[in-house]
Design a protein around this ligand. Sequence first.
Ligand code: GRF
Length: 202
Amino acid sequence: MTLNIAVLVSGRGSNLQSIIDNIENGYIPDAAIKVVVSDKGDAYALERANDHGIDGVFIDPSAFGGKKGYEKEVLKTLEKYDTELVVLAGYMRIIGSDLIEAYRNRIMNIHPALLPSFMGLHAQKQAFDYGVKVAGCTVHFVDEGMDTGPIILQRSVPVLEEDTEDTLADRILEQEHKIYPEAVKLFVEDRLKVDGRKVSIS
Ligand code: GRF
C-alpha cells in the first residue's frame, strides 16, 4: 500500500526536495507525493515538483472570497488526490479549523527553532538575536495555534561564536532536511501515536 502525501508550499521548497529525494532513494518506503499545492504562482517548489513528475497546483488565495473559500479549494484538491498526510514545507499561511478538523493529526509542519521557543516568523533570527547557545528545528503536528501542535521530532545545533544569522540558518536547515524525512517515514510506517500533547514513537 502506498500512502498518499500532499505537500503545501509557498517558496523555495528545499524541504520538499529532501522529502522527494528520500522517497526516491527508498528511505521513505511505500509513500508518494501526489500533489504539491502552492499559494504562490511563482514558488520555486512548483518547479521542483514538475522536475519529478509530481502535479503542482497553484491555488490563488485571492480568488475564492476569503480564507474559508480558499481553504475549501485546498481541501477539495487534497481530497481529489486521496491525500492521507499533509506536509507543510515553507507554507506561509496559518491553517484554518476546517482543514485541521479534516486532517486532525495528519498535518505536519517544520519550524526552524526548538519549540516552544521562538514561534512565528524569522525564528532563526529570533534565536540568534536572543543569544542562545543551542538552536535547532522541530517537526510537529499542526493544531489550531501557530507552531503549538504536538512535537514529533527535534534536533539541536550549536550556535558558534563566529555565526551570523545566515550561517546559523544554514546549519539549522541542514538538520531540517534530515528530521523532516525521518518524521514522514515514522508516519508512513504508522509508528506515531498522539496522546494529547505527547507523540510517542514505537
Ligand atoms: C524552513 O526554514 C522551514 O523551517 C520554515 O520555512 C522554511 C522553508 O524552506 N517553515 P524551504 O521552502 O523548505 O526551502
